[in-house]
Design a protein around this ligand. Structure first.
Ligand code: GYE
Length: 346
């Protein structure tokens, strides 16, 4: 009898424990659980603070920078910015190139976690799919700064984001079309990598600000590369007659713009026949303005390393940092492109 009762009580406890743990799991995703349940040690000091705090300097910094690729002149300048900064300041840079593949970037982040770097500066190729690896970094106590493009993951999983306001860039491009075509127009869009924060933001901002009488008749991705933009523009030209079916093109970056120009030239289109607005403000983009192909170039600054490194040291020293740091940018026009071209750093 007694034995039976004991058994009953034990079973009741077991069921209760199962119910409780199931409730806990259902209420919070693993990521948030980690974020809201810091251990006592973590609660005592700011997340990411290193043992060298408050005197951490460049010599203490091991910065992991799993670059997303080498798809554009913007990207090349961004990579150079980090390598130059490392050479100048003397911190250790753990660099890799994911060749525009998210799985490569995830492996690189994991390797950096294994290595126990001080800070990870992650430029995510696309927005989605980062929750797991960001949770791993968080649980390992390694602070992550999202650089350049954005992620859709819970903001509690990273310390900050430093980069451009991609929606604003899209809006700025739209304003150029609004000014040029007050009576309306039909235009094409050559967009960046599908699912990337840069392409998503630019497309969104562009559509939000574009006048209702300007119609985007087609939009295709050229994956931010010059090579991939050529066949996309060729296909557009097979379907639509320039100047008749469309009057302008919004292009998400200068490299794709240069690819489009190749295709346009080959089809007998002349500079100025179409109203073309691009993004980045690279030397190639400036040259395209000088040559009459681009009518505006929305700036996107790739020289992000100084800000990222400064923030990394602040985090290591336990100082507070802003959650979102936006780069100050402008729009460039053909009027002074020739004068500014020699001063361009990328
Ligand atoms: O505009 C493009 C590059 O993410 C802001 O990526 C960056 C974009 C940039 O390939 O040229």
């Amino acid at each position: 009898m007694l034995k039976k009762n004991v058994l009953k009580v034990v079973m009741l406890f077991a069921i209760l424990a199962m119910v409780l743990s199931a409730c806990g799991n259902a209420a919070k995703p693993a990521a948030t659980q980690a974020a809201v349940a810091p251990t006592e040690a973590a609660a005592a000091k700011p997340f990411g603070q290193a043992s060298c705090a408050p005197n951490c300097g460049y010599k203490d910094l091991v910065l992991c920078f799993p670059q997303l690729g080498a798809e554009s002149d913007w990207r090349t300048a961004d990579t150079a910015s980090f390598k130059d900064e490392a050479a100048k300041d003397g911190f250790t840079l753990v660099f890799s190139d994911a060749q525009q593949k998210q799985e490569n970037q995830i492996s690189a982040v994991r390797a950096c976690i294994q290595q126990g770097v001080s800070v990870i500066a992650l430029p995510p190729v696309v927005e989605d799919g980062w929750d797991a690896v960001l949770t791993e970094a968080f649980n390992a106590g390694i602070p992550v700064i999202i650089v350049d493009r954005s992620v859709s993951a819970d903001p509690s999983l990273y310390v900050s984001h430093i980069g451009s306001d991609m929606e604003l860039e899209g809006k700025r491009a739209a304003e150029e079309f609004n000014k040029k075509f007050p009576d309306g127009a039909k235009i094409l869009e050559l967009s960046g990598t599908t699912g990337s924060g840069a392409a998503v933001g630019r497309a969104k901002g562009f559509r939000e600000a574009l006048n209702a009488n300007i119609e985007i008749i087609d939009s295709q991705t050229g994956n931010f590369t010059r090579a991939e933009a050529v066949p996309v523009m060729q296909a557009f030209l097979q379907k639509y007659k320039p100047g008749v079916d469309f009057q302008g093109i919004f292009i998400h970056n200068d490299d794709m713009g240069l690819g489009a120009i190749e295709a346009l030239k080959a089809a007998g289109v002349n500079p100025g026949d179409l109203f073309i607005v691009s993004v980045d403000g690279t030397r190639g983009g400036f040259q395209a303005m000088v040559d009459g192909w681009f009518q505006a170039d929305v700036e996107c600054n790739p020289l992000l390393a100084p800000q990222v490194v400064e923030m990394a040291l602040k985090i290591m020293n336990g100082q507070p940092v802003d959650k979102n740091v936006l780069t100050d940018e402008t729009v460039y026009y053909p009027e002074n492109a020739a004068e500014l071209l020699p001063t361009r750093k990328y």
